[in-house]
Design a protein around this ligand. Structure first.
Ligand SMILES: NC(=O)c1ccc[n+]([C@@H]2O[C@H](COP(=O)([O-])OP(=O)(O)OC[C@H]3O[C@@H](n4cnc5c(N)ncnc54)[C@H](OP(=O)(O)O)[C@@H]3O)[C@@H](O)[C@H]2O)c1
Length: 285
């Protein structure tokens, strides 16, 4: 239920894998679901609606009596536990099935191949069934239980949404020196892909390169001065670019220490990252 980005992608992929699939509307679709389930009592119903709509849709399904025995109900949120399906009558197995992949639009079945799918279920039988379904898509099922879900989902946000946010920051910097967005993206994406390929091959500790990893304090300071200059000349102001650089620089510094950056160099970089370069610039003027 729910003909959005994930719903359409899952429907195509399950069809390709040989399953019988009915893709029904979520809004005003409960009666149709009820009729369909009468002849398909052992169905798994995937509620592929926005996270904030899952609980009320479960309530609507229960109120309409579209819950023949044998049917299981599954949501696809990464952050929510199974409690969001509590509105369904007791006796129904409930679960979650979260593909650790991004679907900004409906994507072809190949999108699931090799991706992880985080699974939880109220019964072992449904857990095993969802694991099989994930494997049918060429994906890798992994149990992620209630208590682990929010941290799991925060990791997903870092790896996906914030990666895009970082790309956006880098593109904006190049736009500030006159590049078009297309030129910036074309220049930066191969760099990002190379860095990611290294993370995949050797893990983040070994993959980290750059001034923080080398303990190159002068370069870090020059970056911060330039970013503070951009921040103060931009209409939004507020030190955003320099702050983002500092925060991520300190994260990179922790990795650099693990990778073997010596203590004295690490302390110098740490001081450079925490120094107020805007105040230093003002004093110099
Ligand atoms: N997109 C991703 O990258 C991704 C990845 C992993 C997991 N997920 C999870 O998958 C679920 C669906 O996400 P999505 O990105 O596919 O969502 P979406 O494309 O924004 O919308 C899903 C569908 O839900 C229905 N809908 C919209 N508003 C509704 C409302 N207020 N009440 C009931 N139904 C409503 C609509 O379908 P109808 O027109 O059929 O009513 C809509 O097409 C979410 O739980 C999300 O966390 C998404």
């Amino acid at each position: 239920m729910g003909r959005g980005n994930l719903g359409r992608s899952l429907a195509r992929a399950f069809r390709r894998a040989g399953h019988r699939v009915l893709l029904t509307p979520a809004r005003h679709g409960v009666q149709a679901l009820g009729r369909a389930l009468l002849s398909r009592r052992r169905s798994v119903v995937f509620l592929t609606v926005p996270d904030g709509a899952i609980e009320s849709l479960a309530g609507e399904i229960a109120a309409a009596g579209a819950t023949p025995s044998g049917a299981a109900f599954v949501h696809c949120s990464g952050a929510l536990g199974l409690g969001v399906l509590d509105g369904l009558p007791r006796g129904h197995a409930v679960g979650s099935f979260h593909p650790l992949q991004s679907f900004p639009e409906p994507r072809p079945p190949e999108a699931f191949r090799g991706s992880l799918v985080a699974i939880d279920a109220s019964s072992d039988a449904l857990r095993r069934r969802l694991q099989r379904l994930a494997r049918d898509l060429g994906a890798k099922p992994r149990n992620v239980r209630e208590a682990e879900r929010v941290v799991y989902h925060a990791a997903a946000v870092f790896a996906s949404n914030y990666l895009v946010a970082l790309a956006g920051e880098a593109v904006e910097l190049l736009r500030a020196i006159g590049w078009t967005e297309r030129e910036a993206v074309a220049g930066l994406v191969p760099l990002m892909q190379g860095a990611l390929a290294e993370v995949a091959r050797r893990g983040p500790t070994v993959a980290l390169t750059g001034p923080v990893r080398r303990g190159d304090v002068e370069t870090v300071t020059r970056h911060l001065e330039a970013l503070a200059g951009l921040d103060s000349s931009s209409r939004r102001g507020g030190g955003r670019k320099a702050d983002v650089y500092r925060m991520l620089g300190r994260t990179a510094l922790e990795i650099a220490k693990k990778a073997g950056l010596d203590t004295a160099a690490a302390e110098r970089v740490d001081r450079a990252l925490t120094r107020d370069v805007a105040a230093t610039r003002r004093r110099r003027r």
